[in-house]
Design a binder for this molecule. Structure first.
Ligand code: EPU
Length: 340
């Protein structure tokens, strides 16, 4: 099997943040066979492996990556089983996320519509349990197959094995960096039931007097909300939400509510989830620029690269934000972006 291993490739070209030094080795993998050949190559040379999907949630080091970066382009999508109420779709991990969602919408399958336009690939979706507008992929996840990047052995993970929680899974914890996700299966429904609970979605529906939107109407609304708040990485480099929304306990929330009566919150199974964008805005960062980096003017949760930023510029701003939020609210913000 012929694989084409490249050397000294600029990682900034492969991330939406446009930041990162050189990868010592780099390879594009388009099939399972190429993946196995690549794993063999890396093991023989004793090189560590990093798996790259869409590069939309990553902040690479300015020193690059001292090992092999595998750019996953293993594609394919198929219906593996169906009945009158449900359909199981298997998607290979190198597919673009929105292509999958588009397929489900075209075929009248419900469950992923609120996640339309999330950048990135299918392989990243279970790693951090991606979500938007009240839906997380754990809600429709069925099964996945992953490959051990040391041994090449395959392993299946069901919902329980993945241990999903808010922007988190077993693949970010004890199994971090150990598996290459090969394909993911989602269980979608033909029911016609939409999730319209997210405040922004409700607001737009009310404004337009729409009570029961169609699947297409809802996805158009989602697109409009995203466009109004989130910067297009092709125009302004960024990696989406930089921080997770912190979850605090009821006592802490009570104290903050007394001090900041207009504090926003969502009740989560783990506690009170506070929008980090609100916290950062309160600290005066929204729309500000610090050299080559800044905070997006319409959504304070997003750090942007105005051009030529280095990882150290982003991390400097991150420390500054964390410190201010800690001082004012006694909350420790945690990165949502994968910092390498
Ligand atoms: N808010 C502010 N100021 C800001 C930003 C937000 O006050 O600058 C307030 C808003 O007014 C709103 C609340 O915070 O009341 C929530 O804001 P928004 O609906 O924009 O969502 P978010 O909590 O900031 C999360 C996800 C996004 C996802 C949106 C919509 C995380 C870390 N982020 O953001 O996901 O698109 O909800 O579902 O959970 C991503 O993960 O990269 C991402 C963009």
């Amino acid at each position: 099997m012929d694989i084409k291993i490249l050397e000294n490739i600029k990682l900034s070209d492969y991330t939406t943040f446009k930041i990162g030094g050189l990868a010592k080795y780099f390879v594009v993998v388009k099939s399972e066979e190429e993946l196995f050949a690549t794993i063999n190559w890396a093991n023989k040379k004793d090189e560590k492996i990093f798996v790259l999907g869409g590069g939309s949630n990553l902040l690479f080091s300015d020193d690059g990556y001292d090992g092999l970066v595998i750019k996953n382009e293993i594609k394919g999508l198929e219906i593996v089983s169906e009945n009158e109420s449900e359909v199981i779709v298997r998607v290979y991990s190198g597919e673009i996320w929105s292509k999958l969602v588009y397929f489900t919408i075209e075929n009248g399958l419900y469950g992923l519509e609120n996640t339309f336009y999330i950048p990135g690939t299918v392989g990243a979706s279970p790693i951090q349990n991606i979500g938007a507008y009240g839906t997380e992929i754990k809600d429709v996840f069925y099964n996945l197959k992953a490959v051990d990047i040391k041994t090449g052995e395959g392993r299946f993970f069901n919902l329980e094995d993945c241990n999903f929680s808010y922007r988190d899974s077993v693949f970010k914890k004890e199994l971090k960096g150990k598996y290459f996700i090969l394909w993911v299966e989602f269980k979608l429904s033909r029911s016609g039931k939409l999730n319209l609970n997210y405040p922004d979605v409700q607001r737009v529906l009310e404004e337009r007097g729409i009570k029961e939107p169609s699947l297409r109407e809802l996805t158009e609304i989602i697109r409009e909300i995203r466009d109004s708040k989130l910067p297009n990485p092709a125009v302004l480099a960024n990696a989406g939400s930089f921080f997770k929304n912190p979850i605090i306990n009821p006592e802490h929330f009570k104290v903050l509510k007394e001090k900041f009566p207009d504090i926003k919150s969502f009740v989560d199974e783990q506690g009170f989830k506070i929008p980090a964008g609100w916290l950062i805005e309160q600290c005066g960062f929204k729309g500000k620029t610090f050299g080559p980096v800044g905070i997006y003017e319409k959504q304070a949760l997003i750090i942007v690269n105005h051009g030529g930023a280095k990882q150290k510029d982003v991390l400097g701003l991150v420390e500054n934000i964390k410190q201010e939020v800690k001082n004012r609210f006694d909350i420790d913000l945690e990165e949502e972006v994968n910092v390498l």
